[in-house]
Design a protein around this ligand. Structure first.
Ligand code: IMP
Ligand code: MG
Length: 183
């Protein structure tokens, strides 16, 4: 329950409006996504699962454990938000993956697609690196962005609210909540 989880103390008196996705709902959906991704590739695809930091870290950790294929994990860090709930529209690349992309099947893992600014900036950078294929897997999608390339796998169509937990933050807080709630 949100109000008894120690992480909700960071709200400083404010309350999570509601739990949007429970830990059990998320686990079930992530399991299904793992099965779909496992079915979409072969053992020979040299799969690289590339997590967009920081928000995807919990989703990625759970997702890769549901993928029954050989794979490697790397990360990419881009910052598109300041410390608020409104997109700044600016994206900075803070960490570039070390793993080569050339000739590989790459799945870019994102926590949530909101304005699509992050993906619009990051995708061309990755597309230039000669991957055999490049797909987007997002846990949440607010369905307001018009993306040059739509996400192939989406966990949930998210409501137009500011969500926290399961990797998603508000000013770096609440990432560790095991469920996703609305502020
Ligand atoms: P976009 O570039 O506007 O698509 O935003 C993508 C990034 O903004 C995500 O990876 C998150 O880090 C952050 N973000 C967008 N919406 C939310 C939200 O509802 N809660 C927490 N973070 C969000
Ligand atoms: Mg964030």
């Amino acid at each position: 329950m949100p109000d008894t989880h120690p992480g909700s103390a960071q709200l400083g008196g404010r309350k999570l409006r509601r739990v949007v996705y429970s830990a059990a709902e998320i686990a079930e959906r992530v399991r299904a996504m793992g099965r779909e991704i496992s079915a979409a590739y072969d053992r020979e695809d040299d799969l690289l699962v590339l997590g967009l930091l920081k928000g995807s870290f919990i989703f990625l950790a759970d997702l890769v454990r549901e993928i029954e294929l050989p794979l490697q994990v790397d990360f990419l860090a881009a910052a598109s938000y300041g410390n608020g709930t409104v997109s700044s529209g600016e994206v900075r690349l803070l960490y570039d993956p070390e793993a080569p992309l050339e000739g590989r099947a790459v799945v870019l893992v994102e926590d949530i697609i909101d304005s699509g600014t992050t993906l619009a900036k990051v995708m061309p950078v990755l597309e230039a690196r000669g991957a055999k294929s490049l797909e987007i897997c997002a846990l949440l999608h607010k369905r307001i962005a018009v993306l040059p390339k739509e996400a192939r796998w989406v966990g949930f169509d998210a409501p137009p609210e500011f969500l926290v937990g399961y990797g998603l933050d508000y000013s770096e807080n609440f990432r560790h909540l095991p469920y996703i709630g609305s502020l």
